[in-house]
Design a protein around this ligand. Sequence first.
Ligand SMILES: C[S@@+](CC[C@H](N)C(=O)[O-])C[C@H]1O[C@@H](n2cnc3c(N)ncnc32)[C@H](O)[C@@H]1O
Length: 224
Amino acid sequence: MPQFVVDFGSLGKTPEEGRLDAPAFHRNHEAIWGAIAEFMAGARGDVLEVGSGTGQHAADFARRTPQLTWWPSDILPSHLASIEGWRLKAGLANLRAPQGIDLTDAAWTWRGDAGSRLTAIICINTLHISPWSTSQNLIAGAGRLLRPDGRLFIYGPFRRDGAHTAPSNAAFDAALRAENPQWGVRDAGDLSALAQAAGLTLVNIAPMPANNVVLAFARAERQN
Ligand SMILES: C[S@@+](CC[C@H](N)C(=O)[O-])C[C@H]1O[C@@H](n2cnc3c(N)ncnc32)[C@H](O)[C@@H]1O
């Protein structure tokens, strides 16, 4: 059984100065940006990315939003090194050094400016390659850490009402579960139920290419 993480360093490319390159980043980042741009453009404050992987999304999104401060994070040392590599290459004042955040820790938090709450949390392609506890802890943490007008954005493939939205997602789910029984494509309804318990509401499901979506959660009392 593989570890409970995906290590881009094992994908065959020699990292240059620690920077890893994810093909999925090149395929997906424009579409993901399209789903979050309206909120991000009007927002101020701090954005935390969990499961940042290579660090390419954080660097790209930080470049587009100089008025926001981006805080990337991950659990793997090789990914933290890659995130730092992309950060140094980008040379952006609003992109902070990566921090180790493990979403299997129910008490996870972020180390930002004292006392400040987060404008947004973004999580891309992480919940299906980690145990269900990461979904539970991500959403509970968003309930603790987001500002009243904050948003949690989650990108990936998701089931709807217990059913896969495409045969390719069903095959992907089966392959994930065969690799590690703790992995798997999550159900948007299950995440919505977790959100309700955390004082959040699923306010939008933005369709993405290749049967992915961006789920957006807001505080229950702030739905627009
Ligand atoms: C498939 S990669 C996606 C990376 C990046 N978001 C992207 O889309 O390119 C999943 C990432 O989640 C991270 N991850 C796995 N388990 C995690 C956990 N328990 N807490 C935080 N991050 C985790 C992995 O180290 C990896 O970087």
